[in-house]
Design a protein around this ligand. Structure first.
Ligand code: AMP
Ligand code: ZN
Length: 141
């Protein structure tokens, strides 16, 4: 029994306003948009987070992110002055639906939305050390 709301949207158990779909990917309107035109893009197979998605599938998803982002700039009356591509992994990062997804969010000058990010103190040495540790993992993958 799959209780995932995005899987239910994929299989038609829950309604959604679809803007694009192909064999591997579905794009639909976010039910609680940050701005008009806020679209979610998901793989049709359930993966909870970005790191679980096989590379070929993630490329298919990214192609649709690009397609939707382009369309949003072209859409009459949407007033798109910019876009944010947002992808949250894990509750600590604000993920609420654990079926991996990308947000494409149209932005308007002065729309008042902003991310609540702050920065940490980091010296050049600290950044150098983290770079080396992350690079080790990239090389090991
Ligand atoms: P996240 O915080 O990245 O997991 O984002 C989850 C997003 O899914 C939020 O922007 C919600 O508004 C959106 N959402 C939740 N339920 C639905 C639904 N039934 N149809 C469309 N979007 C949804
Ligand atoms: Zn799912």
């Amino acid at each position: 029994m799959n209780h995932c709301i995005f899987c239910k949207i994929i299989n038609g158990e829950l309604p959604a306003h679809r803007v694009y779909e192909d064999e591997q990917v579905l794009a639909f309107m976010d039910i609680s948009p940050i701005n008009h035109g806020h679209v979610l893009i998901i793989p049709k197979v359930h993966y909870s987070e970005l790191r679980s998605i096989p590379l070929a599938t993630s490329i298919a998803v990214w192609k649709v992110v690009k397609k939707v982002e382009y369309a949003i700039w072209q859409t009459p009356d949407l007033v798109c002055d910019g876009t944010n591509i947002l992808q949250n992994n894990g509750a600590a990062a604000g993920q609420e639906v654990f079926h991996a997804h990308f947000h494409v969010i149209p932005r308007r000058e002065g729309d008042g939305s902003r991310f609540g990010f702050k920065t940490v103190n980091s010296s050049d040495q600290v950044r150098k050390d983290w770079a080396a540790k992350i690079k080790d993992q990239i090389d090991a993958a």
